[in-house]
Design a protein around this ligand. Structure first.
Ligand code: HEM
Length: 400
């Protein structure tokens, strides 16, 4: 009985902490910047978060086991430590998805797709269901060559697999994720096989992977291609949707900012759009931080008064949300400012595993946000709703 009561108190405390992360982090940054509690460490200052994410040999990625279940016994490069295989796989995918594609393929595709969707609407839409979830899925269809078996189901599949990989264990989420992982693997096997019967018709990531396979590039057999694609699909869809919807919802909360952001959108000031997105997300982050496992006893911030030993085996949260609010690095951190240097933003991680899609993100998310902001008489009908970690609805209206 006593145990049950203690468990209940603990879980109540944990819920409270997760619902008040900003406050908890701001207190920790002052009184105990790195804290180790029951096998879990929280690292909260900008310099220390950077240190953890830079030391990839001491703070390792914890995702391999779940990646193994999603890929049916293999791994994907985000789940790998800094090994030859990691370098091989990332390098292959960088050849298949080059930065030139952003201006040539991604920006025009995102603009056209958003415009098509917005102009086909009757001035009233659920921006999450009709736009922020749809655009990244269609981009994956066009750019990767893998549109999925059904647009909505494919988006849902990526979302639940993401939740399984990066959020705390949940038996129901695991069951759903493993079911759709099986379906996604079968779909990708079929997409690869069909493309082999219909080569040189498209210039997309799948075609380029097969060209690397033709050239005998190691790490590019059909199963490797499938693993790479499944990891990229999971990383790309729910993240983009959440960031675009969160940015819009925040701007609706701030009428004066909304006006200036709309002015920037209407003159296609894309550099300003990027800043609106990065700064909105800094104040409303995608997540509290990035998980790692400590692989050796390690002292964070060694030689300073805040030096803290993290024992081998400790789970570590490198709290990027907190780092981006650290006034030692970020001037007036509670204020919305468009003149911040790009290095203070850690939305896309830092160090070895920095987001593969970071430059895509800086085009796609502002592109989606801009298309909505350009609408005349734009208004929010109801506040954003989420189920679990991901937005599900944000109703808007605009004049036709
Ligand atoms: C739009 C919002 C996005 C956010 C907020 C985001 C965030 C992140 C973060 C924080 C990491 C680091 C994870 C870690 O270190 O443990 C990461 C890694 C990664 N992301 Fe993204 N991501 C986004 C979009 C994308 C897109 C569009 C793609 C694919 C085109 C993508 C593919 C990846 C991959 C493959 C990695 C692993 C990189 C590596 O291991 O070297 N992400 N992402």
């Amino acid at each position: 009985m006593k145990m049950a009561k203690a468990d209940k108190t603990n879980s109540g405390l944990i819920d409270w902490v997760f619902n008040n992360l900003g406050l908890v982090f701001s207190v920790l940054r002052w009184i105990k910047p790195t804290i180790v509690f029951k096998g879990q460490a929280f690292v909260t200052r900008f310099d220390d978060v950077s240190e953890v994410l830079e030391r990839d040999w001491a703070f390792q990625v914890p995702y391999a086991e779940k990646m193994g279940k999603i890929t049916n016994g293999s791994n994907f490069f985000l789940g790998m430590q800094n090994t030859e295989q990691y370098t091989r796989d990332v390098s292959n995918m960088r050849l298949a998805a080059s930065r030139e594609d952003i201006g040539e393929i991604i920006v025009p595709f995102v603009d056209n797709t958003c415009n098509e969707i917005l102009s086909a609407s009757n001035g009233k839409m659920d921006v999450v269901q009709a736009l922020t979830r749809v655009v990244p899925t269609r981009l994956i269809g066009k750019y990767f060559g893998t549109p999925g078996w059904n647009e909505t189901e494919f988006t849902d599949a990526a979302t639940v697999m993401f939740q399984y990989l990066f959020y705390p264990d949940d038996a129901e989420v695991e069951k759903q994720a493993l079911t759709v992982a099986d379906k996604t693997r079968q779909y990708l096997d079929q997409a690869i096989a069909e493309r082999k019967l219909n080569r040189n018709q498209y210039d997309d990531v799948l075609e380029r992977c097969l060209k690397l396979q033709d050239a005998g590039m190691p790490g590019m057999d059909d199963q490797n291609i499938r693993n790479n694609l499944i990891g990229l699909i999971i990383g790309a869809i729910p993240t983009t949707s959440k960031c675009a919807a969160t940015t819009l919802n925040y701007l609706f909360d701030q009428p004066e900012l909304l006006v200036t952001a709309q002015q920037a959108a209407r003159v296609d000031d894309d550099a300003a759009m990027v800043q609106y997105v990065l700064e909105s997300l800094r104040l409303n982050p995608f997540s509290g931080g990035i998980q790692r496992i400590c692989a050796e006893d390690y002292v964070v911030a060694k030689g300073t008064l805040r030096a803290t030993k993290i024992p081998k085996g400790t789970k570590v949260l490198a709290a990027t949300q907190s780092a981006m609010m650290d006034r030692r690095k970020v001037t007036e951190p509670s204020k919305f400012r468009l003149d911040r240097p790009s290095y203070i933003y850690m939305h896309f991680g830092y160090g070895l595993h920095t987001c593969f899609g970071q430059y895509i993100n800086l085009a796609q998310i502002p592109g989606i946000v801009k298309s909505v902001l350009k609408q005349k008489g734009l208004r929010r009908v109801s506040d954003m709703k989420s189920v679990g970690p991901f937005p599900t609805n944000l109703e808007i209206e605009f004049d036709l």
